[in-house]
Design a protein. Structure first.
Length: 367
């Protein structure tokens, strides 16, 4: 397998649209790297430039230490798995998986060996003589993956391979692709718009927006220490709550307030860093799962928020509550409550050690 390096990668279309802007990413040998972001963020364009399917406007791509900007796609030693499977309907599963090797004049014995080994890994042995039309969506996707595996490439590229599957099949295929990565010890670059896919599959994640890299890190790094408001709001489900307000100082303590209903004490460890923001606008971020039920429904200074429960979403063992706190709406994730007080006042406490603060102008994390 191989290390992949993207250096100052940029893609500008003839109409002036800049799809990818000065992207720098290093994917280590055997690493599972996920590119994630909303539609139009540049992640698929980046992947296609690595594959050689999209022309590079500027910058460099290295695979296994070799500059490949001008190398033809078939000579880059990569294999790509597409969103729409791209199987030949008139060919059997066996021939679909073998076709690329046949074009490369690989011997019949070697082709048979590789196809059957891949089929065994993917649970497709009994379908080798079947045509794609009789297979389920998940089975077709496995055939597409098998076609990539038999080539034994340096790098696997996955372009939203699970987006056409139903929810149950997506969960199953996530596990299968992760298992496959461990078996093959492969270098994988995987594109998705689904942050749950990214969080559950990637060794590291690249979060992109508007053609730029917002942050690179492990799933936990992105979750616990988002670099900016975009990453904070994109990673996590439901997304992080954002509350606009100011920093004030009273009684030798520093508080965040929305000036009406919310007044939260700033944790001791952050007070020194936020001292420069006294009387300035700021954005507080708190994840829905970082709220705690106030058991006595009595406000506690500096950590409680009182609001009206607008909507309740039961989620099995948990529930999402949408609270109207006058100046803002908050999403709160709690363990199941027997009788949610819909339309009534409800007090929740914050785990203040887990709050985040963002500059309202730059949107960058302050601490």
């Amino acid at each position: 397998m191989a290390k992949v390096e993207l250096r100052n990668l940029t893609k500008t279309y003839p109409n002036g649209l800049i799809a990818v802007k000065n992207v720098n990413i290093t994917i280590e040998d055997k690493e599972f790297m996920v590119l994630v972001g909303p539609s139009g963020c540049g992640k698929t364009t980046t992947l296609r430039m690595v594959a050689g399917l999209e022309e590079i406007s500027s910058g460099e791509i290295y695979i296994d230490g070799k500059l490949v900007n001008d190398v033809h796609p078939k000579d880059r030693d990569i294999a790509m798995v597409f969103q729409n499977y791209a199987l030949y309907p008139h060919m059997t599963v066996y021939k679909n998986m073998a076709f690329g090797l046949m074009l490369r004049k690989v011997s019949k014995q070697e082709i048979d060996k590789r196809v059957r080994e891949a089929a065994e890994i993917l649970g497709l042995t009994e379908y080798l003589n079947a045509k794609p039309r009789v297979l389920s969506g998940g089975q077709r996707q496995r055939v597409a993956v098998g076609r990539a595996i038999v080539r034994n490439p340096k790098v696997f590229l996955f372009d939203e391979p699970l987006s056409n599957l139903d929810a149950k099949m997506r969960v199953q295929m996530r596990a299968e692709i992760s298992k496959l990565h461990h078996q093959l010890k492969a270098t994988i670059i995987y594109v998705t718009h689904d942050q749950i896919e990214a969080m559950t599959m990637g060794d590291r994640i690249v979060v992109m927006n508007n053609g730029t890299v917002q942050q690179i890190g492990t799933p936990l790094q992105l979750y616990r220490k988002p670099a900016n408001k975009f990453v904070a709001g994109f990673i996590g489900s439901p997304p992080m709550n954002m509350v606009e307000g100011i920093i004030i100082k009273k009684e030798d303590e520093i508080y965040f307030t929305d000036t009406k209903n919310i007044e939260i004490i700033v944790p001791k460890i952050l007070q020194g860093q936020l001292n420069n923001f006294i009387n300035q606008k700021i954005v507080l971020g708190i994840r829905p799962e970082d709220f705690i039920v106030n058991q006595n429904q009595i406000p506690q200074k500096g950590i409680s928020i009182s609001a009206i429960v607008d909507v309740v979403e039961p989620m099995g063992s948990e529930m999402n509550l949408y609270l109207n706190a006058e100046t803002t709406t908050l999403t709160v994730k709690l363990k199941l409550i027997n009788e949610p007080p819909i339309g009534k006042p409800f007090i929740v406490n914050l785990d203040i050690e887990k709050v985040h603060f963002f500059d309202p102008e730059t949107e960058q994390s302050i601490v």
